[in-house]
Design a protein around this ligand. Structure first.
Ligand code: PEP
Ligand code: MG
Length: 827
């Protein structure tokens, strides 16, 4: 796993003090997407309880275990401060290596760092260098230069020794190693910790870390001297005592991660020989044996032939794969659904990149064979993508590798191997390409455990669709887990437990069965109405961007579309869609909806959604600027094109028109006039006209707005950001933009009250509607409709069916009267 890139190296930095230096390093980690901003405070907190100065002017700030859930993926940042910054007791640090480690991936880094420290001139070189790549290659997973060799353990007559297997979930990292060294120093004897052919002086922290010991390594503790026996016993004692502390720390980190995701595990083992932690990528519990997936890699010899024939062979292979991908796309659509099929459409796009073929042709012309040329070009692209800090782009590297290998396989006439399984299996892999995932024998695969990747990878998406529990980013320890081990995977928590006790297994089996039954029940009941136990019905709709999503939402149980976000029609293109194009799209929507309710929101550009070709002036505060209806009122070209298209489409099926970001009653009057004019121009039918309630002013004065509109739809996302004065995208604050805040609920209550008083229909289309607790409170407040992401439909419906309206009304009253969002959640 990549832990350090040159983007995370800051050369010749200045920092007045240690905190400033740590903040600089923390900022690099935040910007590279390795950590949540809150983890920077955790780095500072650690300094209050530990000394992170390793020696030789190298410091390794790292956060607290309890805050590990704030780490998105393991990463390292280096700040070089040539003149040094006072770190501990006046001792300076000049190389600050800040570590955000999810599990034990950083042990290898500590090992390299401490090896370097054994050669002061190496550290000096890193402190003085002007080349970030030098630092990267010295610390990276695969150093460009050969690693500095460790001292080799020669036969050494010890007076006492013992053997122990390291069982710390995160390996031998700085904290336990410090304790080992402290204990060792109490004895006169020389004490060595031997791992394989290497050994370390147990009294030297750097020596211990340079062993790079990870869980499962067998260590020999050897001592020579007058108190050798006592020394070995004391070492063993501290090692074993720390085991339980280390396990408990890892457990706490995991619980915190869960608390952060606000969910309690359905099952936890009392006893497991090993727990491997990663990130939950697809929820659910499953039991099986670990099976390692060996990726199919091509060992290519460079075999140049006739340039023309080679070029043609490569081109033919590319075309053949593109055709095969179209077939696969169609098959996947019918088997799994549109979004999964889109993965293969994306693969076809990747292959459509003319530069790929051109670059490979250049290699053929330079005298290389077609397979070699193709592999060379793909490898270079993949490495480039992998080096990007953006996890989304890095995930695309897997896709490119996947299509690249497909072409190679076709070129070489090699078919993909299929794994032969005959018992429930949890597949362990470094990474899985989408093609790998689809080749799996689903009769026997019960879970996926991936050492790399991220929750947004295609493997994660496919696993969710297939209903397979999955964890990703579990680190190298996962790959070392023995093949065939009995294991339980918890995709909700993000952990794999090995060799759990029989009683745990029995309980896990019961939970697996209960989860399967609950999933089946949810799926079974998705088309049942959301009718409370006392007979009150709420309309459940979906938020979509196009007709395909609308069809998928109906299949998922939605009864209508409560919000079609038309701005997506304007994004990622060079010109605005014209009236005819928009008409076709809205008409297709009416066809898919077949008479079901359909609310189409006019263009909501500005704020977080920008469209370069509209040439809108840059604004200091786009969320408070010319967005939504404000923009349409100044850009009537856009307004009329869209309104005419909508009125034309409305001839084919019911449509309601909704305007976003309305603030003043005058805007509604103006918009209604424009609607009437556009309608007359195309001879369209009368269409209900409503507004989003997302500006607090409208919620506060809802009694004065309600009579002016045909309906309200409350946009809790924006209403929350404007009520709490928190930018919904702010990296530090967005988590506090909680729609369950009683202030937001009070505004919603006021809006619903005013709507009811004037007989105006009121729905909610912000994120709160898709949260089962939010949905219950909103129902209790009296909204008519809830519109949400398609994947939330079945669970929200089930939550509403499980309770009476009266109970939800009481809940809502108490929520509005609460003081904090936490108090609301605790109700
Ligand atoms: C909202 O603000 O709640 C909403 C649904 O609109 P959007 O998220 O598109 O701004
Ligand atoms: Mg909004």
């Amino acid at each position: 796993m990549e832990t350090i890139t040159s983007k995370c190296v800051l050369l010749n930095a200045q920092a007045p003090d240690k905190s400033a230096a740590i903040r600089l390093a923390g900022q690099l980690l935040v910007e590279a997407g390795y950590i949540e901003p809150g983890y920077v405070d955790s780095l500072l907190k650690r300094e209050q309880v530990a000394n992170t100065l390793l020696g030789a002017t190298v410091a390794i700030p790292h956060g607290m275990v309890d805050d590990r859930h704030l780490i998105r993926r393991t990463g390292v940042a280096v700040v070089q401060i040539r003149k040094g910054v006072s770190w501990k007791d006046g001792e300076p640090a000049r190389l600050i290596v800040a570590i955000a480690a999810q599990s034990d991936e950083h042990i290898a880094l500590l090992r390299r760092l401490t090896r370097l420290m054994q050669r002061p001139e190496s550290i000096e070189m890193l402190v003085e260098t002007d080349d970030p790549e030098l630092i990267v290659s010295a610390l990276a997973d695969v150093p460009a230069a050969p690693a500095f060799p460790a001292p080799v353990a020669l036969p050494w007559p010890a007076d006492a020794e013992a053997t122990w297997t390291l069982d710390y979930p995160n390996g031998l990292h700085a904290r336990p190693a410090t304790r080992w060294a402290e204990v060792a120093k109490r004895f006169a004897s020389e004490i060595r910790i031997v791992k394989g052919l290497e050994f370390a002086d147990a009294k030297a922290l750097t020596g211990l870390l340079s062993l790079g010991a990870t869980r499962g390594d067998t260590l020999n503790i050897a001592a020579r001297g007058s108190d050798a026996r006592r020394a070995v016993d004391a070492m063993l004692e501290v090692m074993q005592t720390l085991s339980s502390e280390e396990q408990a720390d890892a457990e706490r980190a995991r619980r915190n991660a869960m608390a952060a995701r606000r969910q309690a595990p359905d099952w936890l083992p009392e006893q497991a020989s090993q727990t491997l932690y990663g990130l939950g990528a697809s929820p659910g519990l499953a039991i099986g044996r670990l099976v390692h997936h060996a990726a199919q890699r091509f060992d290519i010899e460079d075999q140049p032939g006739d340039v023309i024939a080679d070029g043609e062979a490569l081109e033919a292979a590319v075309l053949k794969v593109r055709d095969a991908l179209s077939v696969l796309e169609a098959e996947t659509r019918s088997r799994l659904g549109a979004s999964e099929a889109a993965i293969f459409a994306a693969h076809r796009e990747l292959l459509g990149d003319a530069e790929l073929l051109r670059d490979a042709m250049v290699q053929i012309l330079r005298g290389h064979g077609p397979a070699w040329a193709w592999q060379h070009v793909i490898k270079a692209r993949v490495e480039k993508l992998q080096s990007l800090a953006d996890p989304l782009l890095a995930a695309r590297a897997t896709d490119l590798r996947d299509v690249g290998e497909r072409v190679l396989g076709t070129l070489l006439g090699v078919t993909r191997q299929r794994m032969v399984l005959n018992a429930p299996s949890i597949l362990v892999a470094e990474d899985l390409t989408p093609s790998d995932t689809l080749q799996l024998d689903m009769r026997f695969i019960v879970g996926l455990a991936i050492s790399g990747g991220g929750p947004t990878s295609h493997t994660a998406i496919l696993a969710r669709t297939l209903g397979l529990p999955a964890i990703v980013a579990a680190g190298s320890a996962l790959l070392a887990a023995p093949e065939g081990s009995q294991a339980v995977i918890d995709g909700s928590v993000g952990a794999v437990y090995l060799n759990v006790a029989r009683a745990d297994l029995d309980r896990a089996e019961a939970v697996v069965a209960a989860q399967a039954a609950a999933r089946a029940a949810l799926r079974e009941s998705r088309h049942q109405p959301a009718e409370t136990t006392d007979g009150h019905r709420v309309e459940i709709a979906a938020n979509v961007a196009n007709a395909k999503q609308a069809a998928a939402a109906i299949e998922a149980g939605a009864e209508g579309v409560g919000l079609m976000r038309t701005e997506f029609l304007f994004l990622e293109r060079d010109t605005a869609p014209d009236e005819d194009e928009q008409y076709r799209i809205y008409r297709e929507m009416t066809e898919v909806m077949a008479g079901r309710p359909l609310i189409i929101r006019t263009l909501d550009i500005g704020g977080d959604k920008q469209v370069p070709y509209l040439n809108l002036p840059a604004e200091e505060n786009p969320f408070l600027g010319v967005r939504g209806a404000r923009l349409l009122l100044t850009r009537q070209d856009l307004l009329y094109t869209q309104l005419r298209a909508l009125y034309r489409a409305a001839k084919h099926g019911p449509i309601k028109i909704m305007f976003p970001m309305v603030t003043h009653t005058g805007e509604i009057e103006a918009l209604r006039t424009h609607c009437a004019r556009a309608r007359a121009q195309v001879d369209g039918p009368v269409v209900p006209i409503g507004i989003m309630v997302e500006v607090p002013a409208v919620a506060v004065m809802a009694d004065r707005f309600a009579p002016l509109v045909d309906f309200f739809s409350i946009g809790t996302n924006d209403l929350t950001q404007y009520t709490l004065a928190i930018d919904r995208q702010h990296p530090d604050l967005a988590a506090q933009a909680d729609s369950l805040h009683p202030a937001v609920l009070t505004l919603i209550a006021n809006t619903v009250r005013a709507a009811k008083a004037s007989g105006t229909w009121v729905g909610v289309c912000g994120g709160l509607a898709g949260d089962p607790l939010g949905a219950r409170i909103l129902t209790g407040l009296g909204v008519d409709e809830l519109s949400m992401s398609a994947q939330d439909v079945a669970s929200v419906k089930a939550a509403l069916r499980g309770e009476s309206l009266a109970a939800m009304q009481t809940l809502a009253e108490r929520a509005v009267a609460a003081t904090t969002p936490e108090a609301v959640r605790a109700l």
